[in-house]
Ligand binder design. Sequence first.
Ligand code: AP5
Length: 220
Amino acid sequence: MRVLVLLGAPGAGKGTQAAILAQRLGLPHVATGDLFRAAVRAGTSLGREAQKYMALGELVPDAITVAMLLERLDRPDAREGVVLDGFPRNRAQAEALESALLTRGERVELALLIDVPAEELVGRLSGRYVCRLGGHPYHIIENPPAIPGICDTDGSPLEQRDDDRPETVRARLTVQLAPLQGVIEFYRSRGVLRTVDGRQPIALVSRGLIEALEPVTPHL
Ligand code: AP5
């Protein structure tokens, strides 16, 4: 099982790049944010609980998040591996993932950090639109759809995420950057961290990530 982790601050471009990498690698793109938003839309008790934290820009408690992620890893389509986006978000989640993988004789192959300075993140998030059906991200200036307001991939309408309102964006950045640092240190200490400059255009960030994967996946 190949487990690749995409790391980055809120708005760094994890979702954009995870979708591209997952397609190139033929692995599912597993985003804990997408799993939570699907649960919110479905009105499940997990969704109702998660929504309380997401609306405040806070992390959903580890017990809920880790259980949901491990259940997702057990599904048949993840047998060959996954591209993880938005998990782990703190050191405790990184340790939980490491322990779960160890029981299967596996480990995180690489943790790819998309590095974007905090001052750029607000503009990215406030200009973002995502499609209603698949959550595919666009940006009003940097990555607009071919037809305004419509997703290129699945034709569904584009909308703003609730947590991309300026006050929630500020809360997300205030609360979530410090725990991310713990995850970065965790993977650095295990020798699997690779960093790509996320200020570049989307295609160049993709190229950087693919180059970082070269030693483990040549000719990607
Ligand atoms: P989640 O959905 O994971 O949100 P996030 O981490 O805040 O990340 P985003 O989806 O906002 O940004 P992204 O890095 O994917 O960037 P994107 O590619 O869209 O989580 C939402 C919430 O769920 C969390 O706040 C938390 O409450 C909860 N949650 C999720 N996981 C959790 C966990 N593990 N533990 C606890 N709680 C959890 O790009 C952003 C914008 O920039 C787009 O408009 C895009 O078009 C544009 N863009 C992308 N790349 C570039 C580029 N290179 N140049 C210019 N623009 C670019």
